[in-house]
Structure formats: structure tokens, C-alpha cells
Design a protein. Structure first.
Length: 144
């Protein structure tokens, strides 16, 4: 089966199309990812404060359906991570992680119910990003 995102790549049998959005409904998106999600729990300063647990997908597997004009972006420190959130309700559904600038980090709590069968959580030591990044395969998560 060819994927519905138009990349011309074959979909893996365990991939599903998840849909989701922010609290007020201004932001809507869909993302192709497994039904069994591999979620990162990061302890960097912003992820810890926002409880930003997320799974990572390549850019080609993410589609913003509505609300581009209602997104705003926050950056800090290296300015590589692009923390996007809804201007109206403040919910962050997705962002561009420093570890994966070629992909998106998607928050599972912003997905509509019914497509996630399980969540495996892996801790990511964002407080010690420089030393920890070499000990994980997180950078591979945004590759096709």
C-alpha cells in the first residue's frame, strides 16, 4: 500500500494515520506512525515544565490540516528546537526537536482517541543533552 501522504513510499503494515489537534480546535493535523508508539520523556528545562512527552516522525509523515496561521513558535538557547503551539489555547501538539530537525515531535495526548494501541516510554536526558545524544538512537526516528 502506498502511503496517503504522497511520498511514494510503501507503508509498513503497522503504520496507521493518527489525527489530532489542540484544545480549542484551531490546529488539526494527521500523522502516519505506528499504533504502538515509542514516546520520549525528556527532562530538559522546557520539556520537564511542559510535560512534553513526544514521539518522532519524519516530516513526510506529518501533515498540518488547518491552523497554520494560529501557530506561534518559541525558541531558546541554541534555537534549533522550534516549539510550536496554538496562539488561542496554548496547547503544543507538535514541534521540531533539536535532536531531529528533519522531523516532528508529536505529543500523544493531542491525538484523537482510537488509533493508539500502546505507548512505550523511554527517558531522554535532555538536561545533559550533549553527552546523552550519543547514547541513544533518537536521531534515527525522523528517517524514512
Amino acid at each position: 500500500m502506498i502511503d496517503p501522504f504522497g511520498t511514494g513510499q510503501k507503508m509498513s503494515e503497522n503504520m496507521v494515520t493518527h489525527r489530532g489537534g489542540c484544545h480549542c480546535g484551531a490546529i488539526r493535523f494527521e500523522v502516519q506512525a505506528p499504533s504502538k508508539l515509542h514516546v520520549y520523556e525528556c527532562n530538559c528545562s522546557i520539556c520537564r515544565m511542559k510535560q512534553n512527552n513526544h514521539f518522532i516522525v519524519p516530516q513526510s509523515r506529518f501533515k498540518l490540516l488547518q491552523g497554520e496561521d494560529n501557530l506561534t513558535t518559541y525558541t531558546f538557547n541554541t534555537h534549533k528546537a522550534k516549539h510550536t503551539f496554538c496562539k488561542t489555547c496554548g496547547v503544543q501538539c507538535f514541534y521540531t526537536p533539536r535532536s531531529n530537525p528533519d522531523g516532528y515531535g508529536v505529543t500523544p495526548h493531542s491525538l484523537d482517541p482510537g488509533t493508539v494501541t500502546s505507548i512505550h516510554v523511554e527517558k531522554f536526558d535532555g538536561q545533559n543533552w550533549e553527552s546523552h545524544i550519543g547514547t541513544t538512537d533518537i536521531h534515527k526516528r525522523s528517517q524514512e
